[in-house]
Design a protein around this ligand. Structure first.
Ligand SMILES: *[C@@H]1O[C@H](CO)[C@@H](O)[C@H](O)[C@H]1NC(C)=O
Ligand SMILES: *[C@@H]1O[C@H](CO)[C@@H](O)[C@H](O)[C@H]1NC(C)=O
Length: 309
């Protein structure tokens, strides 16, 4: 990890005093080109317990795969800043999808080389990373004669915005995007090409567990779920833990229908009972429930299983 990353992370995560620093970097925006060789996919399927590593340069590895099944959904998981998050985030979700018995080709995207840089360089690399992955998906659509609606992108933290960038670059409308705690440092909700929003897929659901960092809650999906108010999570002592909960909740939701949420415009109203009797929705699942729209609130337990039923 870049030494500056180590220096800046605590400032960034611990409080919002980094805000001015980030607006400085936001104004220095550059477009950094990423080499496709710096991105890899790990392919997991229901019929294969051994991972296959796929080069992103061409479709050749996928065409040669003995396990890829063009008849089932394609799930891409996108980790956040720094590569260390890759394993915990993707393995929880991958294991849950296979345990659910639903078929899937799961592409665990390893973009840890560009994602391991100093934060502003990560943000400035994302349009290029997103374009490379979108081109790959376009090639899959052409070669295997499948529909864009067959794709589900699951992104965590900055990876949620990466899912949005991919969705807006794919030729066609991606089926679903699960945005797990999109972080807003150096991103602007007005810059729709570079952030996750509901134009990026037919269905976009977002989990909020740590909004803050100096900005307001921003609902950008067809459905936005605010957990425990969306800022801090019970049983967590720091923001890292609360941030991580977004993908832990999503993995649990694939095997549980217990994350029952209520349509409500604020946590205060939710806690006051003002929203009792409003429309209910279940967070998450694989695939997502396409009929849900709006802002929803729910509470969780402090430890797994988190869903309260
Ligand atoms: C591919 O998926 C379809 C639909 O789930 C299934 O019927 C078929 O057996 C699978 N093919 C292989 C080779 O596993
Ligand atoms: C986009 O998709 C359409 C319909 O499948 C196809 O005709 C067209 O060639 C594609 N465009 C590109 C740039 O791949």
């Amino acid at each position: 990890m870049h030494f500056l990353t180590v220096l800046i992370v605590p400032i960034l995560i611990a409080n919002s005093s980094g805000v001015e620093l980030w607006s400085y970097f936001r104004n220095q925006r550059q477009d950094l080109r990423v080499d496709a060789a710096d991105i890899k996919f790990e392919l997991y399927t229901n019929t294969n317990t051994e991972v296959e590593i796929l080069s992103v340069d061409s479709l050749d590895d996928l065409i040669k795969s003995n396990y890829y099944n063009r008849s089932v959904r394609n799930v891409f998981t996108l980790h956040g800043w720094t590569g260390t998050i890759l394993r915990s985030m993707s393995s929880g979700i991958t294991d849950a999808i296979f345990a659910s018995g639903e078929p899937a080709n799961i592409f665990v995207v390893d973009w840890s080389i560009p994602a391991g840089q100093f934060y502003p360089f990560v943000v400035w690399s994302m349009p290029s990373v997103g374009q490379i992955i979108a081109n790959y998906i376009d090639k899959m659509i052409d070669h295997f004669e499948i529909e864009a609606s067959n794709f589900i992108l699951v992104g965590y933290s900055v990876g949620a915005h990466l899912a949005g960038i991919i969705g807006s670059n794919v030729n066609g409308t991606v089926g679903q995007i699960v945005g797990l705690e999109p972080v807003w440092i150096m991103f602007s909700p007005d810059d729709l090409a570079n952030v996750l929003d509901k134009t990026d897929a037919a269905v976009v659901h977002i989990a909020h567990t740590t909004y803050g960092f100096g900005q307001a809650a921003i609902s950008m999906g067809h459905a936005d779920f605010y957990f425990n108010g969306g800022q801090t999570q019970p049983g967590c002592e720091d923001s890292h833990c609360s941030h991580d909960r977004s993908h832990i909740y999503y993995a649990e939701s694939i095997l549980s229908s217990g994350f029952k949420a209520v349509k409500c415009s604020s946590y205060e109203e939710f806690k006051n009972g003002d929203c009792d009797g409003n429309e209910e929705a279940i967070f998450g699942g694989y695939p997502l429930d396409e009929s849900i729209t709006g802002d929803f609130h729910l509470d969780t337990a402090e430890a797994a299983p988190f869903a309260l039923g």
